[in-house]
Structure formats: structure tokens, C-alpha cells
Design a protein around this ligand. Structure first.
Ligand SMILES: [Zn+2]
Length: 377
């Protein structure tokens, strides 16, 4: 999810400030379709370093076309076949091998290795984030997810859940935090099967991540420890927390229009934290003392959408910030004056969707794809 942001900018940012003077202040949808279509056919060279996240990059591209109502420009069957080719299938029936692996999707071709002479996959890097991206793309292109061997995928996913309720992203270890709880919840929701997750434990983990100031950290107690951990108290973590609770059925739709005090989480405190995130430039920051950033128009905006409080956002000034971050040849940058990248372009589109821009499909905030695709229409 948020993990691709730090490496997502394909272009040097130096000397880019002067380009802001040529920014247009109208949304040019056709230009964005051309920009994304170009990415669909060939990712520019600077994305080579992100090859390990190939499926996630593909998710940004395919889902962008969906938001732009331009899915007809791609071959949906070819996309589905390509995505399915990343799924890990067991090559052995031995119990040991089956229980130790996670049978999800690899992030890229370079992380897929052939089995050894005994048929054991020693290099399984199927990953929760890649699996989320794969299933999201398949839903977008209209693939029937009931055709997937979800039983083995979910049984093996359960092994990734830790005693505290968090998830490892991959069977050989890795960081455990809210991002992967979200992936597990979204995967279970899309497959309509919750056998791969202990929801009660996951819920408890999420509740422990809410900070004294209302926002969420990626791990419990993030606000009270060193600076490195404090730095991960972000809008992204808050989105993962609230969206996961929504997907698991622990918070009701449009909570703010009902009785907020009945919620598991401290909603008034959360709203207080969120209400301080929109800056005077109209943009939204991920945490205090940071610049406004296009992607947080999604991470924070989607939380408000889920809770039924999007009217807390000053839509007009947010729109102005986003338009100032639109690049003259298509795409959106992190903030005005930078070159665009795929990650911020995608979240720019989701933001315009929430702002009900004409010509955009509506967002399903908890899944991060369009409402039409989420419903399987
Ligand atoms: Zn960002």
C-alpha cells in the first residue's frame, strides 16, 4: 500500500519548480487517459527499480483506467491471464511443504523461481500486498474470483497472522503492521471467505494502534516510542485501520450519521486529528508538520468517506491543490512543482472521484477501487 511511495517518483525533482508556471488549472481527463495508456503499454525506465512491485504498479494503471471510464482501451482477458500467471500453485502434496508456504501471488516475474529437484518451492515470495493487487485487478477486469483456488490461499494466509493479530506479508517473515492486516481483510472480503483471518485478534490489534491524539500508528504504541516509530503515525495507517474495521464488519456505514459513541474506536478524537490535516494551501498532509501531499487526499479523504464525514473537507480548496499538482503532459505529482509519478497520479484520480468530478467513476473507499468493480457489475 503506502510502501511504494518512497520509491515511486520516476523523475528527478531538481529544477522542476519552474515547470509549475505552465500548469493548467482545469482537469484535462483526455490527457490523463493518454498518460496512463502510455504506462499500460510501457513503463518508463525509472520504474525498473520497482520491478518487484510489478503487480502493484499494474493495479495503479488498470484501476486508473477504470476511474477514468476507459477500461475499454485494454484487453481484459489478456490482463486476467497475465495476473493469474503470478499465482503460486503447490507442486507437491507433502504436508510440510504445503503448511510452510503462502499460496498467494508473486509481485513480479523476477521473484518466481522453479521448484528444486524434490519439487519444493524454496523461493516462494508470494506476498499479501501483491495478492491484494492481483485480486483487485481481477475484479476490475470482471474475472470471476470464485474460479480461484481460494481455499488453499486463505488457509495458508492464516499462517501469516501473528499471536497479536497482526500479519506478516510473506511466509519467510518481514515487518508486521496495519498495512498487512488491511491486505488480509481486503483479500478475505473480495473472496467472500473469512477463514484465513482471526477477525477478533485483528480487531484488537487495530484498536491498540489508535494513538492518544486520535490518529493511528502502523504498530501499537507508535506515538510513545522513538522518532522513527513516531514517524509512522500517518494518514496511511489510519486508512488501513478504519478500512479494515469496515471490511470486517466492525463499524457501520456512515457512522457519523448514527451514534458515534457506539463505535469501537474513539471517533471524536479521530475526527479532531483528521480535521487538522487540511492545510491553508488546500492540500492534505499525512501527519503534523509535513507538507500537503496528493496521496493523502485519498488516505484521509477515504477515511472520512467511510465514516460519512467527507463534508469536513473543504472541497474547493482541495480541488485547487490537486489541479496545481496536475502535470502539463498528464498525471499528478506529490505536490505542485514536481514531476508526476504513477502512485500520486492514481491517488489524484481517486481524490477527484471523491470530489464527484464528472467523467469519473465512484470510489469504493474501503477497497480502493471503483464502486462498480467492487460490486462486480
Ligand atoms: Zn504521497
Amino acid at each position: 500500500m503506502n510502501s511504494t511511495e518512497n520509491t515511486s517518483s520516476p523523475s528527478p525533482s531538481s529544477s522542476s519548480s519552474s515547470s509549475s508556471s505552465s500548469l493548467t488549472m482545469e482537469l484535462d481527463k483526455d490527457l490523463h487517459v493518454t498518460f496512463i495508456e502510455m504506462m499500460y503499454h510501457l513503463l518508463p525506465t525509472p520504474y525498473e527499480s520497482q520491478e518487484i512491485n510489478h503487480l502493484t504498479l499494474a493495479y495503479f494503471i488498470i484501476s486508473s483506467l477504470d476511474f477514468l471510464r476507459s477500461l475499454h482501451r485494454l484487453d481484459k482477458h489478456a490482463v486476467a491471464d497475465w495476473v493469474l500467471s503470478f499465482q503460486l500453485h503447490p507442486t507437491t502434496t507433502t504436508t510440510t511443504a504445503r503448511t510452510r508456504q503462502f499460496y498467494g501471488f508473486h509481485g513480479s516475474r523476477t521473484s518466481m523461481f522453479p521448484p528444486d529437484q524434490n519439487g519444493v518451492l524454496l523461493h516462494n515470495h508470494s506476498h499479501l500486498a501483491s495478492t491484494y493487487s492481483a485480486l483487485a485487478i481481477l475484479k476490475i477486469v470482471g474475472y470471476d474470483l470464485s474460479k480461484i483456488d481460494s481455499e488453499l490461499m486463505l488457509t495458508s494466509m492464516r499462517n501469516l497472522q501473528q499471536p497479536d493479530g497482526s500479519f506478516m506479508p510473506i511466509h519467510i517473515g518481514g515487518e508486521t503492521d496495519l498495512r498487512f492486516v488491511y491486505c488480509a481483510a481486503a483479500i478475505s472480503f473480495m473472496l467472500n471467505n473469512w477463514s484465513g483471518i482471526d477477525k477478533e485478534k485483528a480487531k484488537d490489534y487495530i484498536l491498540h494502534c489508535q494513538s492518544y491524539d486520535g490518529g493511528f500508528g502502523l504498530v501499537p504504541g507508535a506515538e510513545s516510542q522513538d522518532n522513527k516509530l513516531a514517524a509512522i503515525l500517518t494518514g496511511g495507517a489510519t486508512y488501513c485501520a478504519v478500512a479494515s474495521l469496515q471490511l470486517m464488519g466492525y463499524i457501520e456505514d456512515n457512522l457519523l450519521s448514527s451514534c458515534a459513541s457506539s463505535s469501537l474506536i474513539d471517533v471524536p478524537l479521530l475526527l479532531d486529528w483528521i480535521s487538522q490535516r487540511q492545510g491553508t494551501d488546500g492540500g492534505i498532509q499525512g501527519r503534523p508538520n509535513k507538507s500537503s501531499d496528493t496521496c493523502y487526499a485519498f488516505w484521509i479523504g477515504a477515511v472520512l468517506k467511510i465514516l460519512g464525514g467527507y463534508n469536513f473537507i473543504d472541497s474547493k480548496s482541495l480541488r485547487g491543490f490537486l489541479l496545481a499538482s496536475q502535470y502539463k503532459y498528464g498525471g499528478f505529482s506529490k505536490f505542485p512543482g514536481e514531476f508526476p509519478d504513477l502512485y500520486h497520479t492514481y491517488y489524484g484520480f481517486t481524490a477527484f472521484s471523491m470530489l464527484e468530478e464528472s467523467g469519473f467513476n465512484s470510489l469504493c473507499p474501503e477497497l480502493g477501487i471503483t464502486e462498480i468493480s467492487a460490486m462486480g457489475v
